[in-house]
Design a protein around this ligand. Structure first.
Ligand code: SF4
Ligand code: F3S
Length: 104
């Protein structure tokens, strides 16, 4: 599966939503997550994210994010159409420590 990571927080560009063939993104207030049991590993979303927030779970160090994607995709609503990114999305691109500061 692919997972959405910290870089999405407060950026939420949503370009990923447009391209997913199985509509497996779920929307929280500050970020999106992927449902790992629905993702078909096609990889098309990865290069679409301007924040480079989407990674394959085969990369090291993503356990926390895989767990977070699984947990919240079961709680948050499905999103199938791209909305507007936050006005200050670019200001939060690449910012460190976003999980501690903003995740809710
Ligand atoms: Fe959707 Fe493919 Fe991305 Fe999985 S890898 S979330 S199926 S676009
Ligand atoms: Fe987040 Fe990137 Fe999608 S910032 S909403 S994972 S395009």
């Amino acid at each position: 599966t692919y997972v959405v990571t910290e870089a999405c927080i407060k950026c939420k560009y949503m370009d990923c939503v447009e391209v997913c063939p199985v509509d497996c993104f779920y929307e929280g207030e500050n970020m999106l997550v992927i449902n790992p049991s629905e993702c078909i590993d096609c990889g098309v979303c990865e290069p679409e994210c301007p924040a480079e927030a989407i990674l394959p779970d085969t990369e090291d160090g993503l356990d926390q994010w895989l767990e977070l994607n699984a947990t919240y995709s079961a709680q948050w609503p499905n999103i199938t159409a791209k909305g507007d990114a936050p006005d200050d999305a670019d200001a939060h691109k690449g910012e460190a420590g976003k999980f501690e500061k903003y995740f809710s």
